[in-house]
Design a protein around this ligand. Structure first.
Ligand code: FES
Ligand code: FE
Length: 438
């Protein structure tokens, strides 16, 4: 909804956010009016991650997730299609599903009992109401009371949904990123291990999203304990590799090694070969870590391979930075693994996940301290002014490589903020777009 306050904020952003110059004002991290605009124009319009296919394995399986601040139900129908509905009964707006996940034959509202088809031919349709004849002798218009449905699609097992019925397709939205995303989640049949971990951080959602998108630079300092404890040889794991700006506000950093052999299990090689192009497999063979972000708030990570119980191992994780206020995120963290992986890779990968990047992870604590302090600073009187800018100019005059197997602008070495500048350009373009009210 456009109000005088939001118009003023839009103009303020237009005048002060200059991604191409590497100039970003700090007030945007936590300003309440900026946050309201984000809910409407970013989270209300782009594709958002809502779950992995393996989390809704059969007809009737459902998840409760969020799109921006809206609670949604992600359900699989008998036709095997996954659909996403607003988790809000059409009678008085009660949440239909109050659990995090489950399997049901219908969704029955806990308030007055309106009942909706949860998997069948009429998925999302009101199919019954208690004492229907007595309560509604004139009948109920079931079509008009259908659950509000989001547009849904998936890529390599990742389910996305959007409230925009006429915007870009998911393929268009992901663009060049798909090629890289396949290395993570499309290289084999993947499954989520257990339920996602969830916790709340006092941090604005853009800080962690942008960190995963384009900040390999912090690792040498913020995570230097890894080298000091002798877990890796040095802190160069943050530098060697490539910075990728695929466009669309997405971004990633690919850390590479120079050993002959791939670090991934040899037992899975045939499956990788069946799922990936030879150029993709060639890059996967050199991966020693990989971080990135699907705009706006889904991050992914293959942490730096380390030796656990005598074997070199890593994992694959997804992170959702779910906004729950201008200066607060609920973190959702998933660990994924190849379904057909050898037992040691599954077991040690999970161990590594818990120790490094889960809720109790060593790395998470380093990062969290920074994001919380930045968020606090952003809320101070001095930093709420327009004219004090942050410095986002790393790699601003860098030239992308002309030869690289993958698409997008790819820079040699991970120290660049090119994808971060595109993240803020994409964000700003969405906020500035004042489309007529629908
Ligand atoms: Fe759902 Fe009344 S709010 S049946
Ligand atoms: Fe970090």
């Amino acid at each position: 909804m456009t109000t005088m306050a939001s118009l003023k904020t839009v103009e303020r952003l237009r005048a002060t956010v200059e991604p191409e110059q590497g100039r970003i004002p700090m007030f945007i991290y936590t300003d309440p009016e900026v946050y309201e605009l984000e809910l409407e124009r970013v989270f209300g319009r782009t594709w958002l991650f809502v779950g992995h296919e393996s989390e809704v394995p059969e007809p009737g399986s459902f998840l409760v997730r969020d799109m921006g601040e809206e609670s949604v139900i992600v359900g699989r129908g008998e036709d095997n299609q996954v659909r996403v509905f607003l988790n809000s009964c059409r009678h008085r707006g009660m949440r239909l599903a109050c659990e995090d996940f489950g399997k049901v034959s219908m969704w029955r509202c806990p308030y007055h009992g309106f009942t909706y088809d949860s998997a069948g031919e009429f998925m999302g349709t009101l199919i019954a109401a208690p004492y229907e004849r007595a309560a509604y002798p004139e009948g109920l218009d079931r079509k008009a009371l259908h659950l509000i449905e989001a547009r849904t699609d998936s890529h390599a097992g990742l389910i996305f949904a959007t409230w925009s019925q006429d915007g870009p397709t998911l393929d268009q939205f992901l663009g060049n990123l798909s090629w890289y995303l396949d290395l993570l989640v499309g290289r084999a049949e993947m499954e989520v291990v257990g339920a996602p971990q969830k916790w709340v951080l006092p941090a604005g959602w853009k800080l962690p999203s942008e960190n995963f998108c384009a900040d390999a630079y912090h690792t040498a300092t913020a995570h230097s304990f890894l080298a000091r404890l002798g877990m890796v040889k040095g802190v160069d794991f943050g530098r060697d590799g490539y910075h990728v700006d695929p466009g669309g506000g997405h971004g990633l950093g690919v850390g590479v090694h120079f050993d002959e052999e791939s670090y991934f299990p040899a037992d899975l090689r045939d499956e990788y070969r069946a799922h990936l192009e030879p150029e993709q497999l060639g890059l996967l063979d050199r991966v020693k870590n990989l971080h990135g972000n699907v705009f706006p708030n889904l991050s992914f990570l293959i942490p730096n391979f380390i030796v656990v119980d005598g074997r070199r191992v890593s994992g694959m994780m997804l992170r959702l930075w779910q906004p729950i206020g201008p200066d607060k995120v609920q973190v959702w963290s998933w660990h994924l693994v190849e379904r057909n992986a050898p037992e040691w890779w599954k077991r040690l990968g999970q161990k590594m996940y818990v120790q490094t990047f889960g809720m109790s992870g060593m790395f998470d604590q380093d990062d969290t301290e920074n994001w919380e302090a930045q968020t606090r600073n952003s809320n101070t009187a001095l930093w709420r002014q327009d004219e004090i800018m942050l410095h986002y100019a790393m790699g601003i005059s860098g030239e992308p490589l002309t030869e690289f197997p993958g698409p997008g602008d790819v820079y040699d070495g991970k120290f660049s903020e090119a994808a971060g500048r595109t993240f803020y350009r994409t964000w700003l373009d969405l906020i500035l777009d004042q489309r007529p009210e629908q």
